[in-house]
Design a protein around this ligand. Structure first.
Ligand SMILES: Cc1cc2nc3c(=O)[nH]c(=O)nc-3n(C[C@H](O)[C@H](O)[C@H](O)COP(=O)(O)O)c2cc1C
Ligand code: SF4
Length: 570
């Protein structure tokens, strides 16, 4: 048990923008499962999968409405008719409000008259993470407690040792939802023995383009999230825990601060919790809005009030994390799983999802789909089910050209029937050469030009590169330079080769994964959609007519050059 003195001794950190990583590089590599056979093993699937048309040939037929309307959206070019359920209008308004607050411009979806409506409601899905969709007002403490809230925390503090909690999470097979899918219980067990104080840090930075799940959790189901943090802190024997949010989440942070005050007043935070010697306090901390501060070691730097740049690893946070003390860093969604596991047991949890990727996952669906938003589903659900049955398919019957599975930093996966039938879990996507990441599924229809898309992603990564290491800093600059010229029609095919060379030179040479994130979409889209890039080059299309320029000799005689005045500063 941690010394309760620590809670009082450690101040809230200075308010600065800026995470470290448990040795994810040392994660045991799970055997690759056959993507076609990896199916969720749970009855939590909202509706049975239906035979679907080959995406490339037939317009998608939305068969069933989603288990709940999305609450945050990226783009909604057009939409299916309203599903005849009572709360639909309110939920749609909420989706628009959420997306607008997130700085995303959303046009309320217009009905698409020709699309069919399925009158049958979907099979009941019991939400585990987005429980506020089943239980109104769950963000209120009294409502949360009426539904068993904070009982799991009380149980662990009063009847379990920290090691027993770690063992239960290990047995559940919970894997980190922040991107890498690292086993959570194993991460907790890595904390350096007999070294105190220790810290629990939650990564609520959520800056990956296309990711908007943690925000919904914190806004709508904050108590389950905080209870997860509390249980994790107890398991880590930490007396102080921090929730690090991206700077743009200032409104969310203000509401969460009020909740922490309430928890202190109610005796759920503080000294002698439930009559034991255990003490815990928690703080929310806003960053300054930098993507790199989602990387755990940069997050820890920022939390300490320093410039948010990644640390060299090792040491890993489990050994030297916040203030150089053993620290657990976990994602918001990861921790929101924890109370339910402790309340219902690891064996129950493992009935959901697949054997190697157990549990529910929130899939952030955006791009060219009729019903973008957050969908909680068992890991192992297929793309086809998410995109066509729940997401309503692609507007105007267009086909899916490619899918980004992990936001902007994804491998661009070319869409075909085999991909659409792939299970969305960690192993199946690795087998396809991609990654599940934070499950930010961006659907790209046949109209998307990959050279244009790569301009967007590269501009983002060039802007977000922290500049600490040369390959990432310079490589993203030069990739952007080439892509800008390409998109303006000022490049030749050799420039596309140059883009490939620069991206390949960056790969594998960076201090942190951001450099890899920047080149992964570029290299994979070049491999699968090279024609999109070549089509922009002057030798890939008829050269645009240019105004006649004054002829200038390629080389002039040395004598003529010497006779010219030298410009100042040369
Ligand atoms: C550039 C970069 C950005 C990241 N952004 C986030 C983020 O916004 N949220 C998050 O939870 N993890 C993010 N991660 C992963 C974290 O470093 C870390 O692996 C994660 O928070 C661990 O939590 P988990 O084990 O619960 O997944 C990012 C990693 C990198 C390299
Ligand atoms: S890879 Fe990019 S973001 Fe990461 S440390 Fe290097 S410069 Fe910074």
């Amino acid at each position: 048990m941690a010394d309760e003195k620590n809670a009082a001794e450690v101040p809230a950190p200075a308010n600065a923008g800026g995470t470290a990583e448990v040795p994810e590089g040392e994660a045991p590599k799970p055997p690759i499962e056959n993507a076609e056979t990896a199916k969720p093993r749970s009855a939590h699937q909202p509706a049975p999968e239906k035979p679907n048309p080959p995406a490339a040939e037939q317009p998608p037929a939305p068969a069933a409405p989603p288990p709940a309307a999305p609450t945050t959206a990226a783009t909604a070019p057009d939409a299916a008719p309203a599903v005849p359920s009572p709360g639909k209008a309110a939920l749609e308004a909420e989706a628009v409000a959420g997306a607008t607050a997130a700085g995303v411009s959303v046009t309320p979806p217009a009905p698409e008259p020709s699309a069919p409506v399925t009158p049958e409601p979907p099979a009941k899905y019991e939400y585990i993470l987005l429980r506020h969709r089943d239980i109104p007002d769950l963000h209120k403490l009294e409502v949360y407690r009426q539904h068993g809230g904070y009982e799991a925390f009380k149980k662990v503090v009063t009847t379990m040792t920290p090691q027993q909690v770690v063992d239960e999470i290990k047995a559940s097979g919970l894997r980190g939802r922040g991107g890498a899918g690292f086993p959570t219980g194993l991460k907790w067990s890595f904390l350096t023995k007999d070294s105190f104080p220790r810290y629990l840090v939650c990564n609520s930075d959520e800056s990956e383009p296309g990711t908007f799940k943690d925000r919904e959790i914190m806004e709508k189901n904050p108590h389950q999230f905080f209870e997860g943090m509390m249980i994790a802190a107890y398991a880590a024997q930490a007396n102080v825990a921090y929730n690090y949010l991206r700077g743009e989440f200032w409104e969310v942070a203000a509401k969460l601060d009020a909740i922490l005050d309430e928890l202190r007043r109610e005796g759920l935070l503080g000294h002698n919790l439930f009559g034991t010697s255990y003490a815990l306090d928690m703080h929310n901390h806003l960053g300054a809005g930098a993507y790199i501060c989602g990387e755990e070691s940069a997050l820890l730097e920022s939390l300490e009030g320093k410039l948010g740049q990644p640390r060299l690893k090792p040491p890993f946070p489990a050994d030297k994390g916040l203030y150089q003390k053993p620290t657990v860093v976990n994602n918001t969604e990861t921790l929101t799983n924890v109370p339910m596991i402790l309340a219902r047991g690891a064996a129950w949890y493992k009935t959901i999802g697949t054997e190697k990727s157990p549990g529910p996952k929130i899939f952030c669906l955006s791009g060219h789909v009729k019903r973008p938003g957050n969908y909680e589903l068992p890991l192992g659900t297929t793309f086809r089910h998410l995109i066509y049955e729940l997401g309503g398919g692609v507007p105007s019957g267009k086909t899916v050209k490619a899918i980004l599975t992990a936001g902007a930093s994804s491998t661009v996966l070319a869409s075909n029937d085999a991909l659409l039938d792939t299970a969305m879990d960690y192993e199946s996507l690795a087998a396809k050469g991609g990654a599940l990441g934070s499950a930010s599924i961006i659907v790209l229809d046949e109209t998307v030009d990959m050279a244009w898309l790569m301009l967007k992603t590269t501009r983002f990564f060039k802007h977000e590169s922290c500049g600490k290491c040369t390959p990432c800093r310079e490589g993203t600059y030069w990739m952007l330079n080439i892509l800008e010229r390409l998109n303006k029609g000022d490049a030749v095919k050799a420039d596309v080769d140059l883009l490939q060379t620069v991206a390949s030179q960056v790969a594998g040479k960076c201090l942190c994964p951001l450099g890899e994130f920047a080149v992964t979409p570029v290299l994979s889209s070049l491999a699968k959609f090279r024609a999109d890039f070549d089509g922009h080059t002057q030798d890939g299309k008829p050269a645009p007519a240019k105004p006649a320029a004054a002829a200038r000799p390629a080389a002039r005689p040395a004598a003529a050059r010497k006779a010219e005045p030298t410009p100042a500063g040369d």
